[in-house]
Design a protein around this ligand. Structure first.
Ligand SMILES: C[S@@+](CC[C@H](N)C(=O)[O-])C[C@H]1O[C@@H](n2cnc3c(N)ncnc32)[C@H](O)[C@@H]1O
Length: 200
């Protein structure tokens, strides 16, 4: 998308409101699937979830499986854009092992708190969660071997800006594994301005 016509600040507030509810009330019904059932539906293997704190699993809100193309390799550096309650970042952290490192980035403080608490509860030390925007990733240039993201870029109005940040964070030859929602037809201008359609 070239020009961003939606009110970006208001959109971010609404997105935060929606996902804070997922963290605070994972038992509520949402217009998207959440938790262990969603992870299973998306093709996550039981062994990936085994031993992870229930809170991280319960507040999972991914739309598909960024590990469809394979788990990160031992020793790799991974960035999770829009890490939410942390499930994908924790799975990645266990896959990269003690010589690897994972940075989860999210704009919502409640998500970061939940994800950090889950890492501590799970005894997973090679993961950290940083507050930041997909459009301004707080990660050094060329640091990542792999960037993953799950259900986030569809919520970002400046998609090209977000992908430029992914390219900046990656080392030459690094990989991107994005699970997201794509619309294959042009979206009418009126819909682009309708924040309920972005978050709903
Ligand atoms: C659908 S949830 C997905 C969370 C996580 N990836 C998962 O699979 O459970 C979307 C997450 O993206 C975050 N988010 C949305 N827009 C963002 C942006 N522009 N920059 C950073 N985080 C963003 C929200 O705070 C929320 O935690």
């Amino acid at each position: 998308m070239g020009d961003v016509t939606v009110d970006v600040e208001r959109l971010r507030e609404e997105v935060q409101r929606k996902y804070v509810e997922v963290v605070e009330h994972p038992e509520h019904e949402f217009h998207f699937h959440t938790g262990r059932r969603a992870a299973r539906n998306n093709g996550y293997l039981d062994q990936w979830l085994e031993g992870l704190p229930e809170e991280a699993v319960a507040s999972y809100a991914g739309v598909a499986n960024p590990f469809h193309w394979g788990l990160p390799k031992p020793g790799e550096h991974v960035v999770d854009v829009g890490s939410g309650a942390g499930l994908d970042a924790l799975i990645a952290a266990r896959a990269v092992g003690p010589d690897g490192h994972v940075i989860g980035v999210d704009m919502t403080p409640e998500m970061l708190e939940q994800a950090s608490a889950a890492a501590t509860a799970g005894g997973i030390a090679n993961v950290e969660f940083r507050q930041g925007l997909a459009e301004r990733l707080p990660v050094a240039k060329g640091w990542a071997d792999l960037v993953i993201s799950n259900g986030v870029i569809n919520l970002v109005p400046n998609k090209l800006g977000a992908y430029r940040q992914v390219a900046r964070a990656l080392r030459p030859g690094g990989r991107v594994q994005v699970a997201d929602i794509c619309v294959e037809r042009p979206v009418p201008e009126s819909a682009l301005r309708d924040i309920d359609l972005w978050t709903g």
